[in-house]
Design a protein around this ligand. Sequence first.
Ligand code: GLY
Length: 388
Amino acid sequence: MSPTRTSDVLVVGGGIIGLVTAWRAAQRGLATAVVDPEPGGGAAQVAAGMLAAVTELHYGEETLLGLNVASARRYPDFAAELTEFTGQGLGYRGCGTLAVALDADDRAHLRELHALQQRSGLESQWLSGRECRRLEPMLAPGVRGGLRVDGDHQIDPRRLAAALVTACERAGVTVHRAWAERLVVAGDRATGVLTADGGELGAGQVVLAAGSLSGRLAGVPRDVLPPVRPVKGQVVRLTMPERPGPFLSRTVRAVVRGSHVYLVPRENGELVIGATSEEMGWDTTVTAGGVYELLRDAHELVPGITELPLTETRAGLRPGSPDNAPLLGPTALEGLLLATGHYRNGVLLTPVTGDAMADVLTTGELPEVARPFTPRRFGAAVLTEQPV
Ligand code: GLY
């Protein structure tokens, strides 16, 4: 059977990573298509949208830091370009982040993080508990100190996803609202996909950008199947009161009893509190325990949240990879590329991913900043059974 519709590039997955890849590829003159039953959906519908290259720095992830910082630097121009092209706001706020400590252990942990940030050339400022409360009066009296990071901003991922759908449409990307069921491999190369509604979409290059589902596309040879697994995150949304002065004026976060909790105040009055991190396979149930823990920990940081209306609870799946970093670029199968495995950093890494994928799709080469993230860094050895 010959494919019914063909393009230069077919992106499997219409979340923010797939959409930005398609948009940037179309801007470079490639005939581009996206296949997804619900473009603009996926983890971005749940994510808080912190652009936290500095406050989410972890030991052992210094290589990833380079990519995160490169993407954070691109964000202001990226957001301005996307807004100008689509006429849609993204809720981008350069409001900064305050990471606080509630007890002596947290404080020691935050001091270590501060030292690591300084060694890595990142800007952050140590504040006493009193200085933290002066910045954010709603903080609990028990806050023992914190790190002020003015460079860690935020965006509204739902608005980002909606704008990227519009950008793709305006740039001439063809959007197929269907499930990609199977990769088509002819000879030694990927040539398209079969869809669940019985169609075949042909393409010169196929980009697998299906988030946590990327390891599940049938027909992908085992040695190039991305080692991506779902990592569940539960999030709650509250509404902040309108009053003189903001309830919170920046993102506030902490590690409470070993769990990360963050409160992200949006311009529109929404307060996003996240997130659990659970290895539960494909489960997206919102649980009483998950919501309880988030509210309990957030309440320790900002006691006043208990007065606010609770407007939404939701769970999403992060695409986790073995080293917590994304897989970008060509695989060992000719014609098949990956843009997946962004784990906790999908929103932050959207601009740099779009640019890197457009480069590799047009030149065959990843730009320097993205080279460490080639899927080829994982041999077949890490490929275990994918969770179901
Ligand atoms: N980057 C925040 C999260 O994954 O929860």
